[in-house]
Design a protein around this ligand. Structure first.
Ligand code: NOJ
Length: 470
C-alpha cells in the first residue's frame, strides 16, 4: 500500500499559487509548483476543498460536491493537475466533507429530508456548534429549525437516510473515476448524531482536545462518536474501493478503532495538540501504538507549527514528525518555517483562522511569488523566509525536510519508544535511534554513528534532534 509510510503535503489551494493574477491561488498554480513537491520528495498531496463554495467556512461549506470553484479553475484544470501529478509519481487526495453542505447547496431545498430538522418549532435540545452558539438555526424559507454542527451556513446531512448515503457514495465514485487516489475525510466523529436528539448532560471531566468554551461545558454523549458511525463509514469505504482514506476524528486516540474498521488511518490529534515537551509527546506516541494513525503537527485550523513549538524547535519537530512510523502530513509552508501571520485587513474566517492561511512564500519579492496581483491575504515575511533562498542553502529547514524525507525509507520498521533522558523523546526504528531534545539544556547524545543532525554539532544540543545508527 503506497500510503503506509507516505509523506502527504497539505495544500491550501487559495494560498498556494495564483496563476491568473486575481490574488487567489488556483489549480493551474498548483500544477506550476508540482516540482516543489517532487524536490521535497513527498509521495502525495491533499487539496483542502476545491469545490464551489460561498466561503462561509472557506471551502468547507460546499454547494456542489462534483464541481470546481470557478476561482480555482475548471474540471479540465483538475484533470490536467491529476495527470501532471501522476506523471511525476505524486498521488492526489481530495477533501471529502460528508457531514454537511453549504446552505446554498441545491439539495437543501430539493431534498430537505437529507438534512436533520427539529421536530419542534425551536431547538429540540441544548446542542452547541463546534464554533460556539446553538447548533440549531431557523431556516426562514422552510420555517423550520435545522442542525448545524459548525457554522449556520453548514447544515448537517442525515446519514441515516439511505438516499443521502447513495448520493454521497456517488460523489466519491465521481472523483475516483477521475483518478483521485484518496480522501481526507472531514469531521467524521460528527457524522451520526443521537437519533432521539437527547440533551447533552453537563461535562463531568475535561475533554482531552481543545474545544470552544460553549462546547466545553457539555458532555459529548449524543452529538459525536455514535456507534452507528461505523455503518456510515462502511458505505464510504464501499464507494472508495481501495482509495486511501484518512479521517479527521476529533477524539482521543483510544476512540479510533470503530473508525479504523473502514478507514486506513486517522489523524493523531493528540500529537498535534501536545505541548512541545518530551513527556506529553512520548505519551501521545505511546497512546497511538497499535492504531493506524497519520502523524500531523499542524494544518489550516490550528496554530502553525513554528508558532506552536517556537522557531527554535522547528527543526527537531520536523525530525520527530518525519521519523515516526506511518503516514505523515506536512502543512504547506511548515517546510520553510512559516509562523502564524497577522491576518489581513478583511477578516475572512469568523473564528480567526486567516492567520494560518497566508500565501505560500516562494521567493523574496513583495508577494512572495504567490501572485502577480493583490493577494487575498498578505504575505507574512517572504523577504525573511522563502523556498528559493532555502533551496540554495544546504543548512536550511527546507533542506532538512528533504533529507528527512529521503532518509525515511531506510529507517527500520521495528519501532520502540525508549526511556530517554529527561526532556528527550527517543525511539528506535530498526538499527536507527532518533532522539529529540525538547529542553533548553544540553543532553547526552545516544551512542552510534550520526546519520542526521538538526544542528551542526553532533551532540544533543538544546532544541536539537539526532538520528544515529548502531
Ligand atoms: C474541519 C476542517 O478542517 C475545518 O476547516 C472546518 O471548518 C470544519 N472541519 C468543518 O468542515
Amino acid at each position: 500500500m503506497w500510503w503506509r509510510d507516505a509523506v502527504v503535503y497539505q495544500i491550501y489551494p487559495r494560498s498556494f499559487q495564483d496563476s491568473d493574477g486575481d490574488g487567489v491561488g488556483d489549480l493551474r498554480g498548483i500544477a506550476q509548483r508540482l516540482d516543489h513537491l517532487v524536490d521535497l520528495g513527498v509521495d502525495a498531496f491533499w487539496l483542502s476543498p476545491i469545490y464551489p463554495s460561498p466561503l462561509a467556512d472557506f471551502g468547507y461549506d460546499i454547494s456542489d460536491f462534483t464541481g470546481i470553484d470557478p476561482q480555482l479553475g475548471t474540471l479540465d484544470d483538475f484533470d490536467q493537475l491529476v495527470a501532471q501529478a501522476h506523471e511525476r509519481g505524486l498521488r492526489v487526495l481530495l477533501d471529502f466533507v460528508p457531514n454537511h453542505t453549504s446552505i446554498e447547496h441545491p439539495w437543501f431545498r430539493e431534498h430537505p429530508d437529507w438534512y436533520i430538522w427539529s421536530p419542534a418549532d425551536g431547538p429540540p435540545n441544548n446542542w452547541v456548534s463546534a464554533f460556539g452558539g446553538p447548533a440549531w438555526s431557523r431556516d426562514v424559507i422552510a420555517g423550520r429549525w435545522y442542525l448545524h454542527s459548525f457554522y449556520p451556513e453548514q447544515p448537517d446531512l442525515n446519514w441515516r437516510n439511505p438516499e443521502l448515503v447513495e448520493a454521497m457514495q456517488n460523489v466519491i465514485r465521481f472523483w475516483t473515476a477521475r483518478g483521485v487516489d484518496g480522501f481526507r475525510v472531514d469531521a467524521l466523529d460528527r457524522l451520526i448524531k443521537d437519533e432521539r436528539l437527547r440533551d447533552e448532560p453537563p461535562a463531568t471531566e475535561p475533554f482531552p482536545l481543545p474545544l470552544h468554551e460553549d462546547a466545553a461545558g457539555l458532555a459529548r454523549l449524543h452529538t459525536t462518536n455514535q456507534p452507528e458511525v461505523r455503518d456510515a463509514l462502511a458505505k464510504i469505504r464501499e464507494a472508495a474501493g481501495d482509495a486511501f482514506l484518512v479521517g479527521e476524528v476529533f477524539l482521543p486516540t483510544n476512540e479510533y478503532p470503530r473508525y479504523l474498521e473502514s478507514l486506513d488511518a486517522v489523524f493523531a490529534f493528540q500529537l498535534l495538540f501536545s505541548p512541545w515537551d518530551a513527556a506529553p509527546l512520548q505519551q501521545a506516541i505511546a497512546d497511538a501504538a497499535g492504531y493506524d494513525v497519520a502523524w500531523v503537527m499542524s494544518n489550516h485550523d490550528f496554530d502553525r507549527l513554528a508558532t506552536r513549538v517556537g522557531p527554535e524547535n522547528v527543526r527537531s519537530a520536523a525530525m520527530l514528525l518525519l521519523t515516526l512510523p506511518g503516514p505523515a502530513f506536512v502543512y504547506q509552508g511548515d517546510e520553510i518555517g512559516m509562523a502564524n501571520g497577522p491576518g489581513g485587513s478583511t477578516q475572512y474566517d469568523r473564528t480567526g483562522r486567516d492567520r494560518l492561511r497566508h500565501p505560500m512564500q516562494w521567493d523574496a519579492t513583495p508577494t512572495g511569488g504567490f501572485t502577480t496581483g493583490v493577494p487575498w491575504l498578505p504575505p507574512i515575511d517572504p523577504d525573511v523566509r522563502n523556498v528559493e533562498a532555502q533551496r540554495n542553502d544546504p543548512e536550511s529547514l527546507l533542506n532538512l525536510y528533504r533529507r528527512l524525507i529521503d532518509l525515511r525509507p531506510g529507517l527500520g520498521s521495528r519501532f520502540r519508544l525508549l526511556d530517554a533522558e529527561p526532556g528527550v523523546v527517543g525511539f528506535e526504528r530498526g538499527d536507527h535511534v532518533v532522539t529529540v531534545n525538547t529542553t533548553r539544556e544540553l543532553r547526552p547524545a545516544p551512542p552510534g554513528d550520526v546519520v542526521l543532525a538538526t544542528h551542526e554539532d553532533p551532540e544533543l544540543l538544546p532544541h536539537a534532534g539526532l538520528i544515529v545508527r548502531n
